[in-house]
Design a protein. Structure first.
Length: 688
């Protein structure tokens, strides 16, 4: 894989963008004497004598984890960093030990890098070697899939254990990680076999990410490893090794290597000490996702929705498609979409039955419906994605997948599908740490003298908490502290088509200029219209007619099978809603600033966008927003809930730093100052 890191021109935040010009992630393993062997590196994944004992001796013992886990505060958290996820054995050993030694409400965060992730089959076969890890291995294998290059967030043990797996070259992924690590597992193939993972750029990032006093352990005693770690502030000593290895290295970080300070609006505010309360306003996908992520971390959450049910508006459609359109270039939107799709596909099996009612993993077929789309898809396909995640198909294969003749080939996502959004919202809100309050029309929010947020209906306080998340789509800006956010509405209408015997042959979601899904409860849902500068949610027969015309163009065979030529658009049921979007079509997710104080503090940006500032931004402590997800809410909202909860609790971020910066709510204030008060508007980007 070739990776270039460049600074985005004209970006006052100084964000970094990764341009991935080729994806080559072969696992290429053999099985020798029952153990995996890497053909790429010409080395074994673990000691044939006892892979578990080796991991426990070197990494758990070398970092003194048994006693450190036991000494954690009742609601404490511990972060482990690892270079080389491999078979996942060290992660599973750490998880098992954490459950045995740590307090019941403590949390473990495990962050690991991997350039060549194993296939699901090879991972399961490897973990079968260790029956004593069977319970934990089953949980991992149940949600482990073919992984594209991205940051991947896994949630285990009801949220007590999280794994953030950075798939890609460690020299590119580690600089984009925002975390503070307590202990390092310096793993990977031998330095002589894989020198990149033991190189100076990687050691510098290990040091940068370390808490002062963070420990490290590695089986390697190579001189280059010792000198490289000492050069970035680690003090090391030799300890007895495992098996035939006479010695190993262990140590601690005395002087973490510093990093350039980001702009003030990307220095996240102080975290909230647990236990704490949180209020979430909004019962759609954004709100229920944020509520669930906060509750998994031990927050006592009150979820407030002004309607008498959850998912009353844009999140209330019968079928939502789990669909992305990645760019061939490494945009922030593509990175968010890749991480977001992978996250929701791991989350769904933990929450809902895959029964064709709550959701269906039927696959998604993005048809190359015109020459421009075919060209775009050719660029994406050239990146050689893992076949279990995405592959190009020709017209004949597309027809075989769909169950009906297709006019073109396209890109096929075999693990994707559709979901019933209201069912997902209800499942997310079902966490025992969430109190749901329906029919409460919040009028104002304000901070009390003690720093808590007070939520009022009329003159009465209906809730108060240390953390407030506003996830109310367009009404988000009704609240004073959020009035500056540039949210706008785009109308969309979907159409319900009664399934026929012939149309029921459709076995995958079809996407192009619109979409149609396999039947749910005897109905195909198709859409959606895109009404720019239109925020009305009334039903319109003309929009039904537009959806029928779209289907006739996208998939003539389906249109014929469904008999749409004989259907009267005005008589078909439909559902209209309003997408809430931002000018750059990326969501807003994270902490909020005092807009007036921000403009005053950083007004010098209007004269020179390159200025650097030492003082922190004027954050409104504890206030977060999740909004502007547009038509991608199923993909972005669940992971943005993780973003907010991770920042609130001071945990490793689930997304690369450039993406965290790209979705940060203050970005439009910065752009407005740089552009003389004009936030700017962009057209819809290609990536989904």
């Amino acid at each position: 894989m070739q990776v270039d890191i460049i600074r985005r021109p004209g970006e006052a935040s100084g964000a970094w963008v990764t341009i991935i010009t080729g994806i080559h992630l072969p696992t290429d393993i053999d099985w020798l004497e029952g153990a995996p062997y890497s053909r790429v590196y010409g080395d074994v994944y673990f000691s044939r004598a006892s892979g578990l004992d080796e991991a426990r001796h070197v990494f758990l013992g070398g970092n003194r984890l048994p006693e450190r886990f036991a000494a954690l505060a009742p609601r404490g958290a511990f972060t482990i960093g690892e270079t080389g996820f491999g078979t996942g054995r060290s992660f599973l050993c750490a998880w098992q030990l954490f459950e045995q030694r740590a307090p019941a409400q403590a949390r473990l965060h495990f962050v690991s890098t991997e350039l060549h992730p194993l296939s699901p089959a090879d991972l399961a076969r490897t973990l079968d070697l260790w029956p004593e890890l069977a319970a934990h291995a089953r949980e991992l294998c149940a949600v482990y899939d073919d992984l594209p290059p991205a940051f991947h967030r896994f949630v285990f043990a009801g949220g007590r254990v999280t794994l953030t797996l950075l798939v890609g070259d460690a020299r590119a992924t580690l600089p984009q990680l925002d975390a503070v690590v307590d202990a390092w597992f310096l793993d990977g193939f031998a330095p002589s076999r894989n020198p990149v993972l033991w190189s100076e750029p990687v050691f510098r990032e290990v040091s940068r990410l370390s808490r002062c006093g963070a420990t490290c352990a590695t089986y390697s005693v190579a001189g280059a490893v010792r000198r490289g770690l000492e050069a970035v502030g680690f003090r090391l000593d030799r300890a007895p090794g495992f098996g035939t290895k006479r010695e190993m290295l262990r140590g601690h970080c005395e002087r973490p290597v510093g990093a350039d300070r980001p702009a003030p609006w990307h220095r996240w505010p102080a975290t909230v000490s647990l236990p704490a309360r949180a209020v979430v306003l909004g019962g759609g996908l954004a709100g229920t996702s944020a509520a669930a992520s906060l509750a998994r971390r031990g927050f006592a959450v009150t979820l407030i929705e002004r309607a008498d049910r959850l998912a009353p508006e844009a999140s209330g459609n019968a079928q939502g498609v789990l669909y992305i359109k990645p760019s061939a270039h490494g945009t922030a939107l593509t990175a968010l979409a890749l991480s977001g799709l992978s996250f929701v596909l791991r989350l769904l099996p933990q929450l809902l039955p895959c029964d064709g009612v709550a959701w269906s993993r039927c696959g998604v077929l993005n048809l190359a419906h015109d020459a421009g789309e075919a060209l775009r898809q050719a660029g994406v396909a050239a990146l050689e994605w893992p076949a279990g995640f995405l592959r190009a198909v020709d017209r004949q294969e597309a027809g075989g997948i769909a169950g009906l003749a297709m006019p073109a080939g396209g890109l096929y996502y075999p693990r994707s599908g559709w979901v019933h959004p209201p069912a997902l919202c209800e499942a997310l809100a079902r966490h025992p740490g969430i109190e749901v309050r329906l029919g409460v029309a919040v009028e104002t929010v304000s901070r009390a003298a003690d720093g808590c947020w007070q939520i009022r209906q009329g003159a009465g306080i209906v809730a108060e908490a240390e953390v407030l998340v506003v996830a109310g789509a367009l009404p988000t800006t009704r609240f004073g502290p959020l009035a500056h956010l540039p949210l706008k509405g785009i109308r969309g209408q979907v159409t319900a088509l009664p399934a026929t015997a012939a149309s029921s042959s459709l076995s995958t979601v079809l996407c192009g200029e619109g979409y149609v899904a396999p039947a749910r409860a005897g109905i195909h849902w198709a859409g959606a219209t895109f009404g720019v500068r239109d925020a009305a949610a009334d039903f319109r027969p003309d929009d039904n007619a537009s959806n029928l015309a779209m289907l006739a163009s996208l998939a003539p065979s389906f249109a014929e099978a469904a008999g749409i030529a004989a259907l009267e658009a005005a008589s078909l049921p439909g559902r209209a809603g309003v997408r809430c979007v931002t000018p750059d079509y990326l969501p807003l997710a994270g902490p909020v600033v005092d807009a007036d104080a921000f403009r005053q503090q950083f007004q010098a940006l209007a004269r020179d966008a390159r200025l650097r500032f030492e003082d922190d931004a004027p954050w409104l402590s504890g206030l977060h927003v999740s909004a502007g997800h547009g038509s991608r809410g199923l993909i972005t909202a669940p992971l943005c809930g993780e973003v907010i909860a991770s920042l609130a609790a001071g945990e490793p971020a689930p997304l690369p730093v450039p993406v965290m910066q790209a979705i940060a709510p203050p970005r439009f204030l910065v752009r407005g100052l740089v552009r003389g008060g004009r936030p700017g508007v962009q057209s819809e980007p290609d990536a989904g």
